[in-house]
Design a protein around this ligand. Structure first.
Ligand code: MN
Ligand code: MN
Ligand code: CO
Length: 267
């Protein structure tokens, strides 16, 4: 089944205005049978987005319109492609209750969803670790080094898997090596294999799917998918469902690297 399970939309404040139809037509043209639109959900009530333009999640007031448009498109295209209505929901330490409330309200409208860690907490501060190499390196300095930042990241991903976010909690864990996004901006060699393996073991034990995310391949400081291939193989060995996701924020990036990755590993 040719599937892309992680796609952004015109509702993304840091994405593009490319239309739903542009994404859908391209997916059909490339013979995809199933796609999920997974816009960044509105950040939890009371959380202050630390990014300069506060644009990490969609505007709460746009949710109704988002669901309405997707519901119609799902119908319009039902004979050609399966369109899942989804969201990429942030796991943020300290905002579990708000996230659970959000999911209890909107979960019934979702066909599919991804749970991702983009924000790490240190003392009373939050940082968006995938914003820029500068912010990432600054944060590493603040927490006591790159290795410590990696630990914080994997601890947070682990918490996300174990958190009680209610019955509508997403079934798929987003890009669980996102901390590699700026790995080529620092010269340290970090051996995080044990942590990644532990994450996968916990995902298996709790029946989560893996977002096999190709976006990192295009990032100049990353140059690998999230997670790297050897861990996708491990996930397969563990019988974790592996769902390809291009994480496209433009129609141009839709399905990017799909063929390349398909040649390396079957998923
Ligand atoms: Mn994004
Ligand atoms: Mn993400
Ligand atoms: Co995404």
């Amino acid at each position: 089944m040719k599937r892309d399970g992680h796609i952004h939309t015109p509702f993304c404040p840091h994405g593009s205005q490319d239309t739903f139809i542009q994404y859908i037509e391209k997916a059909i043209e490339h013979r995809f049978e199933e796609i999920s639109f997974t816009e960044h959900a509105p950040l939890p009530e009371g959380f202050t987005d630390p990014t300069p333009d506060s644009d990490s999640g969609m505007v709460r007031g746009h949710l109704r319109n988002y669901f309405q448009q997707l519901k119609q498109l799902k119908k319009d295209y039902q004979s050609q492609i399966i369109i899942n209505i989804g969201l990429e929901v942030d796991y943020i330490i300290g905002f579990e209750q708000q996230t659970r409330d959000f999911l209890n309200e909107f979960g019934p409208l979702l066909d599919d969803a991804i749970l991702s860690v983009h924000f790490l907490k240190s003392e009373d501060d939050y940082v968006c670790i995938d914003f820029s190499d500068e912010v990432y390196l600054q944060f590493a300095n603040k927490v006591g080094g790159i290795a410590r930042m990696y630990e914080l990241y994997y601890e947070t991903v682990k918490k996300s898997i174990l958190a009680d976010l209610g019955r509508y909690k997403p079934k798929r864990i987003g890009h669980p090596t996102l901390i590699h996004k700026f790995q080529l901006a620092h010269s340290e060699k970090i051996d995080d294999a044990p942590q990644i393996k532990e994450i996968l073991e916990i995902m298996r034990a709790h029946h989560y799917e893996l977002d096999f995310n190709s976006a990192g391949l295009s990032k100049v400081f990353c140059k690998e998918p999230y997670p790297p291939l050897q861990y996708v193989q491990l996930a397969k060995n563990l019988q974790i469902p592996v769902i390809f996701g291009s994480d496209a924020h433009t129609a141009h990036d839709l399905h990017k690297h799909y063929e390349f990755l398909q040649q390396k590993i079957t998923f």
